[in-house]
Design a protein around this ligand. Structure first.
Ligand SMILES: Cc1cc2nc3c(=O)[nH]c(=O)nc-3n(C[C@H](O)[C@H](O)[C@H](O)COP(=O)(O)OP(=O)(O)OC[C@H]3O[C@@H](n4cnc5c(N)ncnc54)[C@H](O)[C@@H]3O)c2cc1C
Ligand code: SF4
Length: 339
């Protein structure tokens, strides 16, 4: 049986109280929301925080607010996100991404904030302590070498969050709070292309809210490649959001790739698509260009060359769905669920 290491436990009731505790504990403390990623990680000694600051009792993180767009509290569970009418009706890519995270049980516990801040993953890292010790550990924890790219000075563990590519495609911003104040930034800027320092968030900061702009005129979709339809982390995620004029001419577009680098990769879809209609030829051309940004490494499930090869097809699925094609049969084949 894998046991948790010892840690101090704090259960604040407000963001201000949590921020004060975090500041007092210093960088050895970690936030815990649903714990669906952090607890297994702690059991495998990936993370060994001296103290945990639990966010489940912070009601202020569980709000959904309509404004000019939609504000989602970081403490909402993924089930609550999936069940929110505003998300389902107006932010399709987020609905489809959140609905494909893990299993119903994990979505009942796991939060949106925890998903956005999810640790990066790698075949040589997501193993038990004993397994990792047998290979002399790796650079991300306890070792010195990257076993995926032995000459690399940087860890290339994979960003494996489903919701982040969708949220970035939807133009999301995030709000962070600390004892020193609050700040807002584009969600895309929360990420570094570095498997170890994958977030630009400071250790004393709490992700409090995700702010989505108005969805009027936009349509979006998220497509995920994974081995099993029942549950699996993404080995490719494609989120597309397009705003088109009534005659179908694209005015603005965003395409974001997940699970092909240590951060979600933003393609310059606006430049590629603006002024064009989503014809089959345009979709094929844009899909090929966007796919060239994907540089998957050999450290996740499924064969690396095949994973690279299928990127244009997944970009095409997302754009066709946004165009209004009936993609239900393809979705059932790929995702094994109707979304
Ligand atoms: C079997 C299994 C399958 C899974 N499949 C998927 C999948 O398909 N797709 C996917 O995306 N994920 C998957 N997950 C991972 C996980 O369940 C989800 O990502 C979940 O949303 C994490 O949320 P949480 O609240 O449980 O995060 P936690 O485990 O509590 O925290 C995760 C990280 O986020 C940080 N954190 C949490 N909340 C905040 C906050 N408000 N501010 C700042 N930092 C914060 C924590 O410190 C920690 O570093 C899977 C997990 C398991 C066990
Ligand atoms: S990419 Fe390299 S350093 Fe990073 S977790 Fe994998 S083996 Fe370790």
């Amino acid at each position: 049986m894998m046991r948790l290491p010892w840690f101090r436990w704090h259960a604040p009731r407000s963001v201000a109280e949590a921020a004060k505790i975090l500041a007092g504990e210093g960088p050895q403390a970690m936030l815990i929301a649903g714990g669906t990623d952090l607890v297994p990680n702690m059991k495998r000694r990936h993370q060994e925080p001296a103290a945990l600051v639990a966010l489940r009792g912070v009601e202020g993180l569980k709000k959904i607010a309509n404004g000019a767009g939609l504000t989602l509290g970081a403490g909402l569970t993924l089930t609550e996100v999936v069940e929110a009418r505003q998300v389902r009706e107006h932010y399709g890519a987020l609905y489809q991404a959140a609905a494909q995270v893990a299993t119903p049980h994990l979505r009942n516990m796991g939060t949106l904030g925890g998903n956005v801040c999810l640790d990066t993953r790698c075949t040589y890292y997501n193993q038990s302590y004993e397994w990792r010790r047998a290979i002399d550990f790796c650079m991300k924890k306890d070792g010195a070498t990257c076993w995926v790219a032995t000459a690399s000075k940087r860890c290339v563990a994979v960003s494996s969050t489903d919701t982040a590519p969708a949220l970035i495609a939807l133009g999301a911003k995030v709000r962070l709070a600390s004892a020193g104040g609050a700040r807002e930034l584009d969600l895309a800027d929360l990420y570094n292309n570095d498997g170890m320092a994958y977030l630009t968030r400071r250790p004393d900061e709490i992700l409090t809210e995700i702010v989505l702009p108005p969805a009027a005129g936009w349509k979006s979709a998220y497509w995920k490649l994974r081995r099993r339809g029942a549950f699996d982390f993404p080995v490719l995620g494609v989120a597309a959001a397009v705003r088109a004029a009534p005659d179908g001419t694209v005015e603005d577009a965003r395409i974001v790739l997940g699970a092909v680098a240590s951060r979600p990769i933003v393609a310059k879809a606006g430049e590629l698509l603006a002024g064009k209609r989503l014809t089959d030829d345009v979709i094929e051309e844009v899909a090929a260009k966007v796919a060239s940004r994907a540089k998957p490494m050999d450290n996740t499930d499924l064969e690396i060359y095949w994973r690279k090869e299928v990127v244009p097809a997944f970009v095409g699925y997302a754009l066709r769905e946004v165009r209004g094609d009936d993609m239900r049969a393809t979705r059932m084949r790929i995702a094994r669920q109707a979304l």
